[in-house]
Design a protein around this ligand. Structure first.
Ligand code: NAD
Ligand code: UPG
Length: 448
């Protein structure tokens, strides 16, 4: 099959590469000339475990190509995936200008039947707008090709994107013709050998499924953050409560880890967009409004603990920060809780020394030289008044605490991800604060 993927970000690049991996002939297209030049040389725009090797392998085999020329790349394609960004507009709605811009460009250049698939996260009704844009451009050219639109939302998680794409829990596809259903079945057949289903449905339901999935996951997290905060007040331990409820199969043990709020390029924007879609249509998403406000508050929880511990005055204090990215195994800094914490500490006149295994370059683009970037996790600790755990990278989970304590000015840890055992920390002479965990209590966590 011949596939065109428009947009070579986290979703487009992973989609294109994984489709090439199973033997398809794929061209990944982007308007960013530098990105494409780099990709042609095997230099990736993002960090995603395993992706670089896979890109190189498939490029060498000639199955994966990169181009800025959409017109040329979509000729004879069976399927064109649109995988460009849908950032939040000022009012929270998803901005569709990139998606519809690409649809128009496809319409201006297509010369054969194809299925035009939105892989970007888009609100209900977008496929109709994509179809209208294609028809408009075709009629402006005086052409009347047959084509189909489809919705195929993507569910990959950053840091585990390849695994998620190759072994999906499910593939959701919204179609409106048997022909499109047949072609999309062929595209995904290679991924279904281990029995995971393709769920075909109508297009609006597919579009809504993506927002409902992300909103449900964000709801679980905000709910647990609320429970964690209450545990602290009431003298319960949220790790125990999490295990207690997570063993009920109806609740499940995934995505119920409290922390310093969800971040990333998806949950914050998708929750906002669904609230806006509802409001535009005369409905109020009351649960999601609370999910959002709990999340906003949660980003300040660690800072509030710090302020309380130091008696309100933080001026001149030095904080070591382990982790900058919004989650481990990615360099993505979009909506990272670290940004909120850093801003608050800097506003109080503190010095911040940060270390992240892969996100420091990206962080530097955003934060600049307002903070110090350490060469390794221990260097960040030198003369620190406290250590803040912001992202639960595996290498932070079991440091040599004797060394940690010696390097720091004061043995205080604020753990925004609950990766340490409170009792072990206190036995090692640290003052330890987690999120909703009980002081001097064995509540060792297994990480999600
Ligand atoms: N990041 C994720 O984990 C994830 C997961 C599932 C779904 N999504 C959704 O997928 C979509 C893409 O997200 P992303 O994180 O990959 O975005 P991204 O910002 O990383 O990448 C988007 C790419 O599209 C390119 N682009 C923009 N306009 C273009 C045009 N006219 N022609 C060609 N290329 C163009 C940009 O240069 C950029 O490289 C969004 O709707 C997002 O919500 C993202
Ligand atoms: O129990 C948990 C699980 C996650 N998080 C936080 O939630 C955010 C999102 O994490 P995760 O979902 O693992 O990463 P994303 O790459 O943002 O993936 C989400 O967003 C993607 C884009 O839409 C979807 O495709 C994925 O299915 C969906 O999980 C991060 O800040 C995590 O720290 C928690 O606080 N507690």
């Amino acid at each position: 099959m011949k596939i065109a993927v428009v947009g070579t970000g986290y979703v487009g690049l992973v989609t294109g590469t994984c489709l090439a991996e199973v033997g398809m002939e794929v061209t990944c297209i982007d308007i960013d000339q530098k990105k494409i030049d780099n990709l042609k040389q095997g230099i990736l725009p993002i960090y995603e475990p395993g992706l670089e090797e896979m890109v190189l392998r498939n490029t060498e085999k000639g199955r994966l190509q990169f181009s800025t020329n959409l017109a040329e790349s979509i000729q004879d394609a069976d399927v064109a995936f649109i995988a460009v960004g849908t950032p939040p507009g000022e009012d929270g709605s998803a901005d569709l200008k990139y998606v519809l811009g690409v649809a128009r460009e496809i319409g201006r250049n297509m010369n054969n039947y194809m299925v035009v698939v939105t892989k970007s996260t888009v609100p209900v009704g977008t496929a109709n707008k994509v179809r209208a844009a294609l028809e408009d451009e075709l009629s402006a050219r005086g052409k009347a090709f047959d084509f189909d639109v489809a919705s195929n939302p993507e569910f990959l998680k950053e840091g585990a994107a390849i695994e998620d794409f190759l072994k999906p829990d499910r593939i959701v596809i919204g179609v409106e013709s048997e022909k499109a259903e047949g072609i999309m079945s062929k595209v995904y057949k290679p991924f279904l050998l281990n029995g995971h289903p393709i769920i075909f449905m109508d297009i609006p339901s597919a579009e809504m499924t993506k927002y409902a999935a992300n909103s449900m996951l964000a709801t679980k997290i905000s709910f647990m953050n609320d429970i964690a905060n209450l545990c602290e007040i009431m003298g319960a331990d949220v790790n125990m409560v999490r295990k207690g409820i997570g063993s009920d199969a109806r609740i499940g043990n995934k995505f119920i880890y409290p922390g310093i709020g969800y971040g990333g390029s998806c949950f914050p924007k998708d929750v906002k967009a669904l609230i806006k879609t509802a409001a535009d249509n005369g409905y109020q998403m009351q649960i999601l409004e609370s999910v959002e406000s709990v999340n906003e508050n949660q980003k300040s929880v660690l800072f509030n603990k710090i302020k309380k511990h130091f008696g309100g005055d933080l001026a001149g204090k030095t904080f070591a920060l382990w982790g900058l990215s919004f989650k481990p195994k990615t360099d993505d800094m979009r909506e990272a809780p670290s940004l909120v914490i850093i801003e608050k500490l800097l506003a109080e006149g503190c010095k911040v020394k940060a270390y992240d295994p892969v996100a420091m370059k990206e962080a530097q683009h955003i934060i600049g030289d307002k903070i110090e970037y350490a060469n390794d996790q221990n260097e960040a600790l030198v003369d620190a008044d406290a250590l803040l755990i912001v992202t639960e990278w595996p290498e932070f989970r079991s440091p040599n605490f004797k060394v940690v304590g010696k390097l720091m000015r004061d043995k205080v840890i604020f753990d925004g991800r609950n990766i340490y055992d409170t009792k072990e920390m206190q036995d090692a002479g640290f003052t330890y604060y987690g999120i909703g965990v009980k002081p001097y209590y064995h509540s060792t966590v297994e990480i999600a």
